[in-house]
Write a protein that binds this ligand. Structure first.
Ligand SMILES: Cc1cc2nc3c(=O)[nH]c(=O)nc-3n(C[C@H](O)[C@H](O)[C@H](O)COP(=O)(O)O)c2cc1C
Length: 455
C-alpha cells in the first residue's frame, strides 16, 4: 500500500471529516437532496471517477434533519487512514514477526492485548440521551428495486454467550418501521453463529449498533479476526490512537464512546422476516431472504450528529478501496503461517467473495491445493470463493496479465480444484520454455532509428 497516511490524530468521525475538509478531500453538497436514490446515484457517479473521488457530505437531506456522509473510505488514501499501521506491509510485518507466539493468531492476540492494557480505564459514556425512532435516520434507498431504506455502515455489537467476548461486524439493516429493523447475518459469519447460540438457549439477544466513529472501528469490524481478538482492542492497536470505549447503558455492550448514533435493542430467536431485495456488489438484487428482527429500545446521538452510509453496487465502489486497504495486513498475517506466500492481491470484481491472487514461492515445496485447503480452514481467507496461485516471480497484477498467463499455462484437468462451492486455480506450473521478448540488440536499434520509421 503506497498511499500516504493522513495525520494520525483523528479520533472521531467529526475530526476525520475536519481533517478531510482541511485537505480538500471532502465535498459539501449544500442543496437539498433525497435519501431515496438521489444520494446513492450521486455517490455512485463520484465513486466511479478516477481515484474514487472525494468524500461527500450532504448537508441538507429532505427526509431527515441529519446530514449524511458517503464515500468516506472511497480512495486509497482515506482507506489507508482506516487501516492505520496495517496499511503498510513493512510496518505491520515487522510488528507481527517480532511478536511472541507460534502462529499469526497468537501473535495478533499478544499485540492487541498489550495495546489494551495501555488504554484501559479511558472509557466514558457521555452521549446525550434522546428517544426517537429508526425512521428519523437518513437511511438510504440506493437502487430503484431495493426493498426499502437500509443502514449500510452500521457496526453491530453482540456478546458471545459462551465466551462473553464482544463481537463487532458490519451487517446491513433494513428499516421496517420506527421500532424494528431486519439484520442479515450471512451464513458463516460470527454474527450468525452468535445469534444461533442465543436461539439454542432460547434467549433473546441484546444488540448495540453504532453509526459513525473513528475509521479504525470500521476497518476492525470489516476484518475477519480470530475468535479471541476483540474488534475494539484490534481497532486501538491498528490505529495506534487512544480510542475510547463506553458501555451501552441498556445492553452493557462495549461501543465507541464517540459514536455519532447509538441504537440499543434486542433480537428474539423465534422471530424472522423477509429482508430485501437489496442491490449489491454482484450488480443484481439479492433476493428477499428471511432475516432476524432487531427491536429498538433506545436511540442516542451526539451533538449535531453526522450519519455515515455506503452505497453497495457494481464495482468500483467505496468498499473496494476499504477492502483493498487490508491487503498488507492480510499478507503479513498469512506470511507468518505460510512463509511461502509472498504476495497477495484481492480481485476488485470479487473483493467481497475474498477472490484473491497469491504469489507463492513454490521452491518451498508447498502444494498450492494443500495451501488452499489450509486457507479455507482458518484465517482471513477462510470464506474466499476463489484463490489463484501464481509463482512469486510472476506479475500478480493487473488481473488481465494473470488471466492471460493462467489461461495459457494451466492444465484444466489437474490445476483446478472445486470443493464446497469454492475454487482454487494452480497457475504455478512452470512455463514450457523461454519467454518471448524482443532481443536487447534489436530493441536498441529500433530505439535509435525510431524517428526514421515516421512515428
Ligand atoms: C459495507 C459492508 C457491508 C457488509 N454487510 C454485511 C451483511 O449485511 N451481512 C454480513 O454477514 N456481512 C456483511 N459484511 C461483511 C462483514 O462485516 C465481515 O465479514 C465481518 O468480518 C463479519 O464479521 P463476523 O465474522 O465477526 O460476523 C459487510 C461488510 C461491509 C464492508
Amino acid at each position: 500500500m503506497k498511499a500516504k497516511l493522513l495525520s494520525n490524530k483523528s479520533r472521531s468521525l467529526k475530526s476525520f471529516l475536519q481533517l478531510l475538509d482541511s485537505q480538500g478531500d471532502l465535498h459539501h453538497v449544500r442543496t437539498t437532496v433525497s435519501c431515496n436514490q438521489e444520494i446513492a446515484a450521486i455517490t455512485d457517479r463520484i465513486c466511479k471517477s478516477t481515484g474514487g473521488g472525494q468524500a461527500l457530505l450532504f448537508e441538507s437531506v429532505r427526509e431527515s434533519r441529519y446530514p449524511v456522509v458517503t464515500n468516506l473510505f472511497g480512495s486509497a488514501r482515506r482507506a489507508a487512514f482506516a487501516w492505520g499501521r496495517g496499511a503498510s506491509f513493512q510496518d505491520i510485518a515487522k510488528l507481527i514477526n517480532n511478536a511472541p507466539g507460534r502462529g499469526s493468531d497468537e501473535r495478533l492476540h499478544h499485540l492487541v492485548q498489550l495495546r489494551r492494557r495501555c488504554s484501559e480505564g479511558t472509557g466514558r459514556f457521555d452521549l446525550p440521551l434522546r428517544k426517537c425512532g429508526l425512521t428519523s435516520l437518513p437511511a438510504l434507498q440506493n437502487w430503484p428495486g431495493d426493498g426499502g431504506r437500509f443502514l449500510t455502515l452500521a457496526l453491530v455489537y453482540l456478546r458471545d454467550p459462551q465466551s462473553q467476548r464482544i463481537n463487532c461486524g458490519i451487517y446491513r439493516m433494513q428499516i421496517l418501521d420506527d421500532d424494528r429493523a431486519a439484520i442479515r447475518f450471512l451464513p458463516g459469519s460470527d454474527g450468525a453463529r452468535i445469534f444461533e447460540a442465543y436461539a439454542q438457549a432460547n434467549r433473546s439477544m441484546p444488540v448495540a449498533v453504532t453509526l459513525g466513529s473513528d475509521p479504525a472501528w470500521v476497518a476492525a469490524a470489516a476484518f475477519p479476526l480470530p475468535m479471541d481478538v476483540a474488534e475494539s482492542d484490534f481497532a486501538r492497536w491498528l490505529s495506534d490512537r487512544s480510542l475510547t470505549s463506553a458501555q451501552g447503558p441498556l445492553t452493557d455492550l462495549t461501543i465507541p464512546a464517540d459514536a455519532e448514533f447509538v441504537l440499543e435493542g434486542v433480537m428474539c430467536p423465534e422471530e424472522s422476516i423477509l429482508e430485501g431485495p437489496f442491490g449489491n456488489h454482484t450488480g443484481y438484487y439479492a433476493t428477499p431472504t428471511r432475516a432476524a428482527v432487531f427491536h429498538l429500545q433506545a436511540l442516542y446521538h451526539g451533538e449535531d450528529p453526522v450519519f455515515p452510509a455506503t452505497v453497495v453496487g457494481p464495482p468500483p465502489m467505496e468498499n473496494v478501496h476499504l477492502m483493498r486497504g487490508s491487503e498488507p495486513l492480510t499478507l503479513a498475517l498469512l506470511n507468518v503461517d505460510y512463509p511461502c506466500i509472498e504476495r497477495l492481491r484481492f480481485i476488485e470484481q470479487g473483493i467481497f467473495h475474498g477472490c484473491t491472487i497469491l504469489g507463492v514461492d513454490t521452491s518451498q515445496g508447498q502444494c498450492p491445493f494443500d495451501l488452499a485447503h489450509a486457507l479455507w480452514r482458518r484465517g482471513p481467507l477462510k470464506r474466499s470463493r476463489l484463490l489463484i496461485f501464481c509463482n512469486c516471480e510472476m506479475e500478480i497484477e493487473p488481473l488481465s496479465v494473470v488471466l492471460w498467463r493462467l489461461i495459457n499455462r494451466i492444465d484444466p484437468e489437474k490445476d483446478i480444484l472445486i470443493e464446497h462451492g469454492r475454487m482454487a486455480i494452480d497457475s504455478t506450473r512452470p512455463a514450457g520454455g523461454p519467454s518471448v521478448k524482443v532481443s536487447p540488440v534489436i530493441e536498441g536499434l529500433i530505439n535509435r532509428r525510431w524517428h526514421e520509421y515516421g512515428f
